[in-house]
Design a protein around this ligand. Structure first.
Ligand code: ZN
Ligand code: ZN
Length: 508
């Protein structure tokens, strides 16, 4: 893995060739026996986060500033679970469950079920909402949002926007370009004649939207979008028209974009997304609107950026349910057709996932061929990597490669005999074989749900967060599993089990 190289130029004298590990999307083995409900990376991030239905958080990727929040600053190419965070109210101690999260260039913000906000990683611009401006390699509690609770979060490169349960937007971190929307870019001239920006170290309400209810927030590198009653407000860095007001000026306060300001429900926005230097929105019909610099050359590139929202000819007639922008990539998930559409000029890490022998970069939207026929629930793309959340239980998931790649032994891992291969069950996590008669505990018949070998089951239990709740000690968390019949058509095939777990794929 090359997490420390992504998006960076070689140092003087250093020669290297970027060799993507994964040419297309792989299922992440570690999550085979978990249900992932949220995935997040960002246009500046070479790290990502995964939330489970149990409220646990897993992280992977670059970690130089401790942004994974796992207590160290080593890169983690494989998913690593964030240590349980305990909180105390009176005599009651319980472990926090998380419901949302977002990542910036070198920081991560989490929202707990109780509305508390936590941050880890770089804090030199106050992006953790903590005035000591020090790096925090473990998650720390962020100063309260008055009487409001955190609901969702978005991160720019060095700033954070928290949306509260009351629909109020709170901002902290670097005020550069006016991206916090608090009427300043925080700039002043130091005695050394250097321009610096004063870190905003505690959450402030975006004043211009105070009387409104914000329903979604999205951040690019240095610009912010907010969805307000079907209108889209934008502010921050105005370069290449990414704010959508036909001007390149920076805005220090939110301004509604004309395209979505009308009263016709069809022309109102239903979803927003921000890439590094561009913006995206879906209208009432699920049509994609795009503005800013979303390519390097040609129409939509640096020379002729899109100064206001426009539709893409190639996507005429498509209706989407999810959109995301990364550093150079754009992904859309169609509402009705089970496929993934992606494009991006200058993608060099195979983050479009088009597949082996296929182009890595594309100026036009195209289907990600290896994923045709697969229904995805959500998508998030970042710097040199893309994440997709699959709908669980799709038979076609069995055809996807798994990551990391493993050399699988030919023999049964319990009795070590390679005989009688037909009766071996394959572990849905590590692919190793176990004779039906060698399974522990002993199985009589081939199970019609996912099955995991003894080693993977033990490892999974070790990772499970124990529910600590001193006032309710007998409560046992109930995990619901969607049962699904095994495919009968495959007969003697040892791969005849249905793969019914929620999975994510990752391409780096
Ligand atoms: Zn055996
Ligand atoms: Zn296994």
């Amino acid at each position: 893995m090359h997490w420390d190289m992504i998006g960076r130029k070689p140092k003087a004298g250093e020669t290297r060739e970027i060799q993507p590990n994964l040419e297309t999307f792989h299922l992440i083995r570690e999550f085979a026996d978990l249900k992932i409900v949220k995935i997040a990376t960002g246009p500046n991030a070479a790290h990502s986060l995964f939330l489970t239905d149990d409220g646990d958080v897993w992280m992977l990727g670059r970690n130089e500033k401790g942004q994974l929040g796992v207590g160290d600053t080593d890169p983690h190419p494989l998913p690593v679970k964030v240590p349980t965070i305990y909180h105390t109210v009176g005599k009651k101690i319980s472990n926090l469950k998380f419901v949302d999260g977002a990542v910036g260039r070198n920081h991560t913000i989490l929202i707990a079920e109780n509305g508390a906000v936590y941050g880890a990683g770089d804090n030199k611009m106050g992006q953790l909402g903590n005035e000591n401006l020090k790096e925090h390699p473990s998650f720390v509690h962020i100063t309260s949002l008055g009487k409001e609770k955190g609901a969702t979060v978005a991160c720019g490169a060095e700033y954070t926007m928290v949306l509260s349960d009351k629909g109020q937007l709170w901002a902290f971190g670097s005020p550069e370009y006016g991206q916090l929307g608090n009427k300043t870019n925080g700039q002043y001239l130091q005695q050394s004649n250097r321009l610096v920006h004063i870190p905003q170290t505690s959450p402030v309400v975006v004043a211009a939207l105070k009387d409104k209810v914000v329903t979604q927030v999205a951040c690019g590198t240095n610009h912010t979008l907010a969805l307000v009653e079907g209108g889209v407000h934008s502010w921050g860095f105005g370069g290449y028209g990414r704010l959508g007001h036909s001007k390149q000026e920076d805005l220090w306060s939110p301004m509604p974009i004309e395209q979505f300001a009308g009263s016709n429900p069809i022309s109102k926005a239903t979803k927003i997304a921000a890439g590094s230097s561009f913006s995206m929105a879906l209208d009432g019909q699920g049509q994609l609107w795009l503005w800013g610099k979303w390519k390097t050359t040609g129409d939509g590139g640096g020379g002729t950026p899109w100064m206001y929202p426009r539709t893409l000819y190639d996507l005429n007639g498509w209706s989407f349910k999810a959109i995301t922008g990364g550093n150079v990539t754009l992904f859309c998930l169609p509402k009705t057709e089970p496929c993934t559409i992606a494009w991006g000029q200058g993608a060099v890490h195979s983050e479009l996932g088009y597949g082996e022998g296929e182009p890595r970069s594309s100026t036009k939207p195209d289907k990600v061929r290896p994923l045709e026929g697969l229904e995805m629930l959500d998508v998030s793309c970042g710097l040199g990597q893309s994440l997709l959340l699959c709908k669980p239980g799709q038979e076609k998931l069995q055809d996807l490669p798994k990551w990391p790649l493993l050399d699988v032994e030919e023999h049964c891992i319990e009795c070590l005999s390679a005989e009688d291969e037909e009766s071996m069950l394959l572990c849905d996590k590590c692919d190793s074989g176990t004779h039906l008669g060698c399974t522990v505990p002993r199985l009589q018949v081939v199970p019609d749900t996912d099955w995991f070998c003894q080693g993977c089951t033990k490892a999974g239990e070790k990772n499970k967060t124990k529910q600590v709740d001193s006032s309710d000690a007998h409560k046992v968390p109930v995990k619901t599993t969607v049962k699904r019949k095994a495919s009968t058509a495959k007969g003697a095939s040892k791969k005849s089990k249905a793969n019914n777990d929620s999975e994510d794929e990752d391409s780096e």
